[in-house]
Ligand binder design. Structure first.
Ligand code: ATP
Ligand code: MG
Length: 337
């Protein structure tokens, strides 16, 4: 690995602000963002739609300049060191764009290696290995237009690695993939730190963040809301328990009633799973909440009511809810499990 040489962090962000110019004036996408990522770390960036995750990835990968504040990657400033940095970073944005579909996978990878000035004698064996690693060796000489979406995503991952970057930014790398392909992509991502690479990953899947990332940062409305290991975030509030309630028929104000019940430090969210509506109430009352809950929802038909420990997803819902509306706030819609 060509590290930054002094053992310092792979990413150092201080007071970063990024504003987009829009018709109505300015839109602040990132504000007062500070954090750092160690070399070889697999670091997750979580947050609701519009939180600023992609903007952050674009700033760190030199595609957007900060409005103010500083961001250093591998010891280089993302503005001043842009040219040197570009060859040392790999970027993957979710979706299908960015590949040449009329040519083969191998031709795509040779093309991208060529853009980085990598000689064929170095590129060809590396491309062979990458195609093998992403499970495309036997289809390598077929046109990409004949590939399934999952195959294209795996080819994207090979493309990100073709110039042997020291740090890779993966913006929702498993979005839209079937569970089996998503699992394969995750397996490939898990192996990257062992090859000396630092990985920054955005995701809406909490289980993915928990499975892959050493630490996760939660952002909302351009601000850092929390940053720690998934385990520490879960343990951060050891008294917190979750009660799941199966609502057999919907009642309009159940969330508001529950919010009143759990008060400032709790959180309430409602999600639909098929025909079922599941209300999740987080509070420090634990099992004691159950009789109170039955009382408060006496006019609703309830199915199973169960008490469990919070998952990272519950913690996320609570953190975002608190950041948006103060501690007694309304929870956003829950993301997929
Ligand atoms: N090119 C742009 N011009 C104006 N506003 C933008 C632009 N790109 C992003 N924004 C705004 O900046 C904010 C952050 O957007 P960003 O794409 O970084 O969010 P995100 O966390 O990646 O969201 P998602 O989970 O939906 O991908 C949003 O309010 C978005 O509308
Ligand atoms: Mg995004």
């Amino acid at each position: 690995m060509r590290d930054r040489g002094d053992g310092g962090p792979a990413v150092e962000v201080r007071n970063l602000r990024r504003v987009y110019r829009v018709k109505a004036g300015e839109r602040v996408a990132l504000d007062s963002v500070s954090f750092s990522v160690e070399q070889g770390e697999l670091f997750g960036i979580l947050g609701p739609n519009g939180a600023g995750k992609t903007t952050l990835v674009r700033v760190l990968s030199t595609l957007l300049h900060p409005t103010s504040g500083t961001a250093r990657v591998l010891g280089l400033d993302v503005v001043g060191g842009q040219r040197q940095l570009r060859r040392r970073i790999g970027i993957l944005f979710g979706g299908e764009r960015g590949l040449y579909t009329r040519v083969t996978a191998r031709q795509n990878l040779r093309y991208f290696a060529g853009l980085y000035g990598i000689p064929r004698r170095t590129a060809d064996p590396r491309i062979d290995r990458l195609l093998h690693d992403v499970g495309l060796a036997d289809r390598a000489d077929e046109k990409v237009e004949t590939y399934s979406r999952g195959m294209k995503q795996r080819l994207h991952l090979a493309r990100v690695l073709v110039h042997d970057p020291d740090i890779v930014f993966l913006d929702e790398p498993t979005i839209g993939l079937d569970p089996i392909v998503a699992r394969e992509v995750r397996r490939l991502i898990t192996g990257l730190p062992q090859r000396g690479k630092t990985v920054l990953l955005t995701s809406h899947y909490m289980f993915e963040a928990e499975a892959l990332c050493r630490r996760v940062m939660v952002v909302d409305s351009g601000h850092v809301v929390a940053l720690d290991t998934p385990e520490a975030l879960r343990r951060g509030h050891p008294d917190m328990a979750c009660v799941d309630v199966d609502l057999l028929e919907s009642a309009p104000d159940v969330e508001a009633r529950m919010r009143r019940l759990v008060g400032a430090e709790g959180a309430v969210s409602l999600r639909t799973e098929g025909e079922r509506q599941i209300l999740t109430v987080q509070s420090t009352k634990g099992a004691d909440l159950v009789p109170e809950l039955h009382h408060a929802l006496a006019d609703c038909r309830l199915g199973v009511v169960s008490v469990r420990e919070p998952t990272l997803e519950d913690v996320y819902v609570r953190l975002v809810s608190e950041s948006r509306h103060g501690a007694a706030g309304r929870a956003p819609e829950r993301t997929g499990r």
